[in-house]
Design a binder for this molecule. Structure first.
Ligand SMILES: [Zn+2]
Ligand SMILES: [Zn+2]
Length: 95
């Protein structure tokens, strides 16, 4: 889990053939669940669609590393829960 987003453990994929896992639905659900009414309205005003369950899956392979304590940190800044590297909300919305 990276900032609450789920990926397969072996390959860092949101949608993984090898592991037969698809976390997109759960991740999308969580994204919408965390948004306020105003945020949802402003997206609608801007004509931005909410990500659907068939969107391009995210991949975090090589983006994060596990610290000795087992917590994930980004490779670029060694930051746990890095806002820049783990800004998945923005990435799925921009897609
Ligand atoms: Zn996998
Ligand atoms: Zn980072």
């Amino acid at each position: 889990m990276l900032r609450g987003w789920c990926f397969c453990e072996n390959h860092g994929l949101e949608y993984c053939h090898s592991c037969a896992m698809d976390f997109r639905i759960g991740n999308n659900y969580r994204l919408q669940d965390n948004m306020t009414e105003e945020q949802l309205e402003s997206l609608a005003d801007q004509g931005i669609d909410l990500p659907d369950d068939d969107r391009r899956p995210l991949c975090v392979d090589g983006v994060y590393k596990l610290l000795p304590c087992g917590t994930a940190a980004c490779v670029a800044h060694s930051a746990v829960g890095c806002e820049r590297c783990f800004n998945f909300e923005r990435r799925v919305m921009d897609d």
